[in-house]
Ligand binder design. Structure first.
Ligand SMILES: CC(C)(COP(=O)(O)OP(=O)(O)OC[C@H]1O[C@@H](n2cnc3c(N)ncnc32)[C@H](O)[C@@H]1OP(=O)(O)O)[C@@H](O)C(=O)NCCC(=O)NCCS
Length: 211
């Protein structure tokens, strides 16, 4: 099996979720590639293999599985660069997550402990499904979606690219959360959320843009 290498490191939540999930699967990380202007070291001892220049080396990419732990604005361009370079980017799910055999996880997606992905749900690329989130049957989740801990999405929910769903939010069946939208912590989403909007409350209402 190819070594599993993390891109990025530090005290952010994602690198630690990645390291935990990999170790718990019995496939601990074999090293990391430093990334970013102010790179942080890993929180546990891990070999530094090099900096971002390594990601331009086809020979390196051909021999490893990568998992992108970079968060924020740099995540998307980095992921697209690695896809373009045909890097191997398998999804990574903590063994204490439950993934239906009929669900699919896209490249680079990370699933944290306790999350549940039900039948025929399709999860896109480079998503994070955080602790104990449940994504129910027939959901369609786009790319670069972040689902915070304790979210519950009922059946046939669509969550479009780059949406963020905050802690403990509930999304009723059949609703669409538009691309780039933000669902506030604890919101109860009963209607479609327009792309780019922020919604909060029960029932969730659009928060006016800040002036
Ligand atoms: C929705 C959210 C993104 C809004 O952030 P923001 O744009 O900085 O908004 P503000 O804090 O300025 O709040 C604006 C108004 O919305 C209210 N509000 C903010 N978040 C709310 C929420 N989750 N539920 C209900 N009301 C909320 C505020 O009380 C404030 O109301 P007011 O104008 O009457 O005082 C943010 O509050 C939130 O819920 N983030 C999710 C955090 C999370 O889940 N993190 C996961 C970590 S893994």
């Amino acid at each position: 099996m190819r070594p599993l290498i993390m891109v990025g490191a530090g005290r952010g939540s994602l690198p630690r979720i990645v390291a935990e999930a990999a170790a718990a699967r019995g496939r601990p990380l074999s090293g990391y590639v430093e990334f970013g202007d102010n790179p942080e070291p890993p929180t546990t001892p891990l070999e530094r293999l090099g900096d971002a220049a390594l990601l331009d080396d086809p020979a390196f990419l051909a021999g490893v599985d990568l998992v992108v732990a970079v968060q924020g604005a740099a995540r998307r361009p980095l992921a697209l660069q690695l896809l373009q370079a045909q890097a191997s980017l398998p999804p990574l799910a903590h063994p204490a997550a439950t993934i239906s055999t009929t669900a699919t996880l896209g490249a680079g997606t990370v699933v944290s402990a306790g999350a549940i992905v039900q039948s025929d749900a399709r999860i896109g690329r480079f998503c994070l499904l955080n602790t104990a989130a449940s994504i129910d049957h027939d959901n369609s989740v786009g790319d670069f979606v972040s689902i915070a801990p304790g979210v519950h999405a009922a059946g046939y929910v669509t969550i479009e690219d780059e949406a963020f769903v905050g802690l403990g939010a509930v999304i009723i069946n059949g609703v669409t959360v538009g691309a780039g939208a933000t669902v506030g912590a604890g919101a109860v989403v009963t209607r479609n959320v327009p792309a780019g909007a922020t919604v909060v409350g029960n029932p969730a209402r659009v928060l006016p843009p800040k002036t």
